[in-house]
Design a protein around this ligand. Structure first.
Ligand SMILES: Nc1ncnc2c1ncn2[C@@H]1O[C@H](COP(=O)(O)OP(=O)(O)OP(=O)(O)O)[C@@H](O)[C@H]1O
Ligand SMILES: [Mg+2]
Length: 481
């Protein structure tokens, strides 16, 4: 099949071409037992069964994430939105039923075509906005890109996401003392980090939560602009304001892991109002609020959730009428790729074409260098704390005194070599201990970035250890001066 490319931002100089990707989930069923790791050493040894009872989180979910489209996923808390996002991203490998197709073929979306913005971002606090985006751009861009071209790309993304005024500000937040950038700027930075690789599919978990209505609107405008370029975007959203609701091109409603609507957001009101158990949308009420109230009322009703069953019947009826009329169009609002005239003449890449790039965009040495620089920058704020200085000073004083008190004769050679041995062990122990602290704090970041195939574990480990050792060395050099 021909490879479909969409040229992006001509002003930005060289950009990676964007392959159009459609991810279709059909009757996906997923239960929590497939997530739980039931192995523990005690269970192995004593033969105890630690497995938890399976709870079905997603049941027969059918939806499509298509290019040129912003899909909004809505549903009450616990309805399975985040789980669906992980499943669609191919991060949950075992499904209990159904299938996921990428451009019509069975399989998972290659990670280099995917961008995920999680609800809780894991941006490093001591890096500036520009450094954060730059790191991601350098690791994700193909080798053929020069430094100048990557800088252009970073500039373009920064201006596209309205981050120019804060590009040199520290991210801050978390446990750091730095106040840092605002919540909206943080969310946009998290989006920028994903956008530098030109992902064909961009999934966002509640990017507007915690933002004021104007920042949320601006973020959605940006997503709309991106969709126009061919990105396939799915965004989990909680009670958006009316303008945002009308901006989205496709709506998926979930209730207790089941679909109760999947289609055109402009038809949802008519569809729901036609259900016998649902009242009319009251005047001057936000449609998104009304939808959520309707779902919650349905979930709490005496007969249990009826709306997902009604949706199943509706889809069945639509299928029958489609078969009878012999047309390919679905009146249930399932706007598939074939419905968009712009795309009808285009062909999508095959999975093989999408997977043609190497596992990691950059080689071992580039990964090591970039990780070292990032880690050194992250630690720059922690470099010379008062506690570290006092500890280093006391440690140096203690060892100097010990050394000084050992008489300078051959009969004390053994004591001197013991002291040197003790110093070496203590030093390496200090480096390993502080590395362990950093590893624990960055464990989630590591697993997220590893899942996105940004780098392998070895360069990460080497970079962290090297940057930590350099920090220790700097501390000693400062005292020696
Ligand atoms: N590993 C797991 N084991 C057992 N149950 C889980 C697991 N992960 C999620 N669940 C359950 O699955 C349901 C759906 O969770 P999910 O996080 O997908 O909901 P959500 O729609 O994203 O909710 P929210 O809007 O609050 O973020 C919840 O009831 C949750 O408790
Ligand atoms: Mg969630």
């Amino acid at each position: 099949m021909a490879l479909l490319n969409s040229s992006l931002g001509a002003s930005a100089g060289k950009r990676r071409s964007l392959d159009l990707v459609e991810v279709s989930l059909s009757d996906v069923t997923y239960s929590s037992s497939s997530r739980v790791n039931t192995y523990t050493p005690s269970s192995q040894f004593f033969g105890r069964n630690t497995s938890q009872p399976a709870a079905t989180i997603l049941r027969d979910v059918t939806t499509t994430i298509a290019p040129y489209r912003v899909s909004a996923w809505m549903g009450p808390s616990g309805s399975g939105k985040t789980t669906l996002l992980s499943v669609a991203a191919g991060l949950e490998d075992r499904l209990d039923g159904g299938s996921i197709k990428v451009n019509g073929e069975d399989g998972c979306l290659p990670k280099n075509r995917l961008g995920i913005v999680w609800q809780e971002d894991l941006l490093l606090s001591n890096l500036t906005v520009r450094e954060t985006i730059n790191f991601s751009a350098r690791l994700k861009s193909p080798k053929s890109f020069t430094d100048a071209e990557i800088d252009n790309l970073v500039d373009d993304i920064i201006s596209k996401l309205g981050l120019i005024h804060v590009q040199h500000s520290l991210i801050g937040g978390g446990s750091s003392k730095v106040r840092g950038i605002s919540g909206g700027e943080r969310k946009r930075t998290a989006v920028a980090v994903e956008l530098v690789s030109q992902p064909s599919v961009l999934l966002l978990d509640e990017p507007t939560s915690g933002l004021d209505s104007n920042s949320a609107f601006q973020l959605m405008l940006t997503l709309k602009e991106l969709a126009k370029l061919g990105h396939a975007i799915a965004v989990i959203i909680h009670q958006p304001r009316t303008e945002i609701f009308h901006m989205v091109d496709h709506l998926l409603l979930l209730s207790k892991g089941q679909v109760l609507y999947d289609g055109d957001p402009h038809s949802v009101r008519k569809y729901l109002e036609e259900r016998p158990s649902v009242g009319k949308l009251p005047a001057e009420t936000n449609i998104a609020d009304w939808i959520m109230d309707t779902i919650i009322l349905d979930e709490n009703s005496k007969d249990g959730s009826q709306l997902p069953l009604m949706w199943k019947d509706h889809v069945q009826n639509v299928r029958i009428s489609v078969l009878e009329s012999g047309t390919m169009r679905s009146s249930g609002g399932k706007a598939s790729m074939t419905e968009t005239p712009e795309l009808m003449c285009r062909t999508l890449s095959t999975l093989k074409e999408l997977e043609k790039e190497p596992k990691y965009a950059r080689g071992f040495w580039t990964q090591l260098k970039l990780l070292y620089v990032r880690s050194a920058r992250q630690q720059r704020g922690q470099r010379l704390t008062r506690v570290a200085l006092i500890l280093t000073f006391s440690w140096t004083l203690f060892t100097s005194l010990c050394w000084g008190y050992i008489p300078d004769t051959t009969s004390y050679t053994h004591s001197r070599s013991s002291l040197i041995f003790f110093l070496l062990i203590a030093q390496s122990n200090a480096v390993v201990t502080s590395s362990l602290v950093i590893f624990t704090s960055e464990r989630h970041l590591l697993s997220r970035e590893r899942a996105k195939k940004l780098y392998s574990v070895l360069p990460y480990f080497m970079a962290m250890t090297a940057s930590d050792m350099m920090n220790h060395l700097r501390c000693y050099l400062l005292l020696d001066m």
